[in-house]
Design a protein around this ligand. Structure first.
Ligand SMILES: Cc1cc2nc3c(=O)[nH]c(=O)nc-3n(C[C@H](O)[C@H](O)[C@H](O)COP(=O)(O)OP(=O)(O)OC[C@H]3O[C@@H](n4cnc5c(N)ncnc54)[C@H](O)[C@@H]3O)c2cc1C
Length: 336
């Protein structure tokens, strides 16, 4: 098959390495190679992602920057200390670039439709993330604006992960260490209430800002991101909502989504079914987040949903690289 992969974020780059050589694959990326960047905090679970990355022929451990021991969650009146079981930061930019550097990539090619320049391709993959450039617009779509600085300083105040959720779970402020006196400091919030916070941090800790970046994150789950297809276009990754809503975590889910696509390349209906099944819990998390945002949250009414989410997180320690304890979970969902 002749396949065009539109977008070289984590989903597109991973897909380029997961398709077998029987296919003829070319990528189209709207940014020039010089201006292309993986906007992200680069946090993920090492024990879980390692195998996914290996499937693409790369060694994840070669890209690790910081191995976390604990994550502080600042609730305002209390600081929770979450034990970490594999949460790390890694050089996502270098790994993603390594995944595409020997591939055929048309840099600076913004694709707007599948039939013009791409008419010779049998399949066109929409891996354009938030843009969802080739699939129909969504009726319901929650995207969280975010801003992030990569900073460098001798006076950085923390030596491990720390997050500060905003009221009503509309987002959170984060500090993710990158090793060597550098870190990602960022914030994503539906209400944009982080403005000024990052600059205040930079000033207070005498930081050099290595890079300023930002883009909204889609937290709408796959269930509300249909259709996944349009003619010969097939969506993968954040374009079809594979981001864990409460955390804004989309690296591993995008790769998992790619693997579902590769396993079902000739069977769209089965791909659709497996994506919906695999990411079903994301809909529960989304319902919870939405009820908080809209001021409809009632503990007793949400209890079955919350227990489902808690049990999922608790039983997936390795997947998320952190331990989910009932007392922490209860405090986070009820106090915010
Ligand atoms: C600030 C921030 C911090 C985050 N932190 C984390 C984190 O720590 N851990 C985690 O797991 N997740 C994190 N996420 C989420 C995660 O980064 C994304 O969900 C994931 O990168 C989605 O991958 P993707 O390949 O689907 O899309 P993207 O990574 O967005 O890639 C899409 C690509 O398509 C290109 N493109 C778009 N439109 C077109 C077009 N029309 N033609 C050609 N090219 C196009 C873009 O330039 C881009 O290169 C974060 C997100 C943000 C914004």
């Amino acid at each position: 098959m002749k396949i065009a992969v539109v977008g070289t974020g984590v989903a597109g780059a991973y897909l380029m390495n997961r398709l077998t050589s029987e296919h003829q694959v070319e990528a189209f990326e709207m940014r020039s190679e010089k201006n292309w960047y993986t906007v992200c905090a680069w946090g993920t679970s090492q024990p879980f992602i390692r195998d996914l990355v290996k499937k693409a022929g790369f060694e994840f451990d070669d890209y690790v920057l910081h191995k976390g021991k604990k994550m502080l969650v600042d609730l305002g009146d209390e600081m929770l200390e979450i034990p970490l079981k594999g949460l790390v930061t890694y050089d996502k930019h270098r790994l993603t670039h390594d995944m595409i550097k020997d591939k055929k990539v048309h840099w600076g090619s913004q694709v707007k439709e599948a039939n013009g320049d791409l008419r010779d391709f049998d399949m066109v993959v929409d891996a354009t993330g938030l843009h969802r450039s080739l699939l129909p617009a969504l009726k319901e779509d929650i995207v969280i604006p975010s801003l992030e600085y990569q900073v460098k300083s001798k006076e950085l105040p923390y030596d491990d992960f720390i997050i500060k959720p905003y009221p009503h779970v509309t987002g959170y402020w984060w500090y993710f260490p990158l090793g060597d006196g550098t870190a990602h400091v960022g914030a994503g919030d539906l209400r944009g209430s982080y403005r000024g916070e990052l600059d205040a941090f930079v000033k207070k800790y005498n930081c050099e800002v290595v890079r300023r970046m930002g883009r909204p994150v889609r937290v709408t789950p796959p269930k509300h991101c249909e259709p996944f297809f349009d003619g010969k276009v097939v969506g993968v990754g954040e374009s079809i909502g594979t981001v864990y809503p409460m955390l804004g975590e989309g690296i591993i889910p995008s790769m998992q989504c790619v693997n579902l696509l590769v396993e079902n390349l000739g069977d769209r209906e089965e791909y659709r079914r497996e994506v919906l099944e695999h990411f079903e819990v994301y809909s529960k998390v989304y319902d919870f987040v939405k009820s908080k945002i809209e001021g409809r949250f009632r503990l007793w009414r949400m209890l079955p949903t919350l227990l489902g989410i808690y049990w999922y997180m608790h039983s997936n320690t390795e997947r998320y690289g952190l331990e989910t304890r009932l007392s922490d979970f209860y405090k986070i969902v009820t106090r915010l």
